[in-house]
Ligand binder design. Structure first.
Ligand code: F0G
Length: 462
């Protein structure tokens, strides 16, 4: 007689953990989300799709029709795509802040600067806590809650901790945040405090925080919510699903994403491959990853070892979100670069600051780490990797409001000390809009207005 089907066995059939190195399959994962055989990272797979793949047309119409629903699970831009996510035991188990549903903007001025007409930005900074992390956090926090955990924890450069703290609070869980002291923006730190996290500023860098967390989860009953947790990456896949839906399932030629710990690029790549396998799209966009020169572990890994062995670096960049030298998901990222034919490159501090100001001047804005995408695009166009007739989507990962110190420093002109080797920063002058302190008289304001018009008479209207 066959085994009776229990809810547990059904879940196991619907999704499994697979080791990315040795391929070992399991129905459960250890606390550190590492393979019990070889220690490498896990990913989530869906064996049931081999027997009964959902039809692409049905999926598209289901996702569209859910947009008319007011149920919390359908109002989430992540759970709306739940057919491609690990299933919860019930719709009411989702901890959701109505994440996802982020806009796709045209960037006409940046397009002119980069020399390609078709440039779009998928703005993940428009998520509830201001970064793309929310799309993964809703899934991983819901599974933590469903498993009965009281404490969740993460190491972070700021955004993960802000997001985790919010979702833990919504789900009635406590959260422990480990961040590098003095190396994350006040905006992000203040979010974690406001959402009630126990926040530890450790005297180390992000890589040191993550190492410590990995040890902690083996010793204490805390659930780790870094992107090593494969549930996070399943949620972050929906960025690509939503993007393709917004493009009426016509793939762009290129998607460009910043690279830090390399979870997001891995998640987007996984989504693209699943979408092609299910027939939702017929060709793959090239997914390219851009890093800061001072935090270029993946760039060096590819250049120096052909992607075979991780080259760690001592990370340093003003784009603190991606100040990471030992990226956990590097193997997954190498795989998606190879599978989609994408490029990997690096950009300087000055190039990042310039690109950020250019995105800001479109009335859009983003945090420094997100601006590496535009800076990288300029390089990829110059190299001929991106052709002028191709469509490009930049993934803007965080809101402008995440790092006001960087923005103020840039416009006031004190972001770069010329002695620190940030060459070329004089060229940024024309982009600076420092605040002007005046006496409170009509005359003074009118004079300032006239001077501004004189300095920039050709300012474009479109
Ligand atoms: N952009 C922003 C704004 C980020 O916060 C991060 C990562 C990245 C890009 C890079 O994404 O790590 O998936 O390659 N921030 C993490 C954090 C590490 O702790 O908030 P990745």
């Amino acid at each position: 007689m066959p085994d009776p089907i229990t809810p547990q066995s059904l879940t196991e059939i619907l999704f499994r953990f697979r080791c990315i190195a040795c391929g070992a399959l399991g129905g459960a994962a250890a606390q550190d989300f590492r393979c019990s055989q070889c220690g490498d990272l896990l990913e989530i797979t869906y064996p049931s799709r081999v027997y009964a793949a959902p039809s692409a047309a049905d999926l598209k119409s289901t996702w569209r029709s859910r947009r008319l629903s007011n149920a919390p699970i359908d109002l989430s831009g992540v759970w709306r795509f739940r057919d491609l996510l690990p299933p919860l035991s019930g719709d009411d188990q989702a901890i959701t802040l109505r994440e996802g549903n982020t806009p796709l903007y045209e960037l006409p001025r940046c397009a002119r600067i980069a020399g390609i007409p078709n440039l779009l930005a998928k703005h993940q900074g428009m998520n509830p806590t201001g970064s793309f992390k929310d799309t993964g956090m809703t899934v991983a926090a819901s599974f933590a809650h469903q498993a009965g955990f009281r404490w969740v924890a993460c190491a972070s450069t700021g955004n993960t901790s802000a997001s985790m703290a919010a979702y833990a609070a919504r789900g009635g869980m406590r959260s422990l945040v480990l961040v590098p002291e003095g190396k994350i923006s006040w905006s992000k730190l203040s979010q974690a405090l406001d959402y009630g996290a126990l926040t530890c500023q450790l005297r180390t860098d992000f890589d040191g925080c993550l190492r410590l967390l990995q040890e902690l989860v083996r010793r204490a009953p805390v659930y780790q919510l870094n992107s090593i947790n494969p549930f996070r990456l399943e949620g972050q896949k929906t960025l690509a699903l939503e993007l393709l839906e917004q493009l009426d399932w016509e793939p762009p030629d290129h998607i460009i994403v910043p690279g830090g710990n390399l979870g997001n690029s891995s998640a987007i790549g996984k989504a693209l491959l699943e979408m092609r396998e299910l027939g939702l799209i017929s060709r793959l966009p090239k997914l390219s990853i851009i890093q800061a020169e001072g935090a270029n572990a993946l760039v060096r890994t590819l250049r120096e070892t052909g992607g075979k062995r991780l080259v760690s670096v001592q990370a340093e960049t003003h784009a603190t979100a991606i100040r990471i030298g030992n990226p956990a998901s590097w193997k997954k990222a190498v795989h998606v670069l190879e599978a989609t034919g994408g490029a990997c490159d690096q950009v300087s501090e000055v190039e990042i600051a310039q690109a950020k100001a250019e995105i800001g001047a479109e009335g859009i804005g983003c945090e420094p780490a997100s601006a590496v995408t535009l800076a990288g695009l300029k390089k990829l166009v110059a190299q001929g990797f991106v052709q002028p007739n191709e469509t490009v989507v930049l993934v803007l990962t965080g809101s402008l409001l995440k790092d006001p110190d960087f923005t103020m420093g840039f416009h006031r002109g004190d972001l770069f000390q010329e002695t620190t080797g940030d060459r070329g920063s004089e060229g940024l002058k024309s982009l600076r809009r420092p605040p002007v302190v005046l006496n409170a008289t009509l005359d003074a304001v009118i004079r300032t207005l006239e001077e501004a018009e004189k300095l920039d008479p050709a300012h474009s209207h479109g």
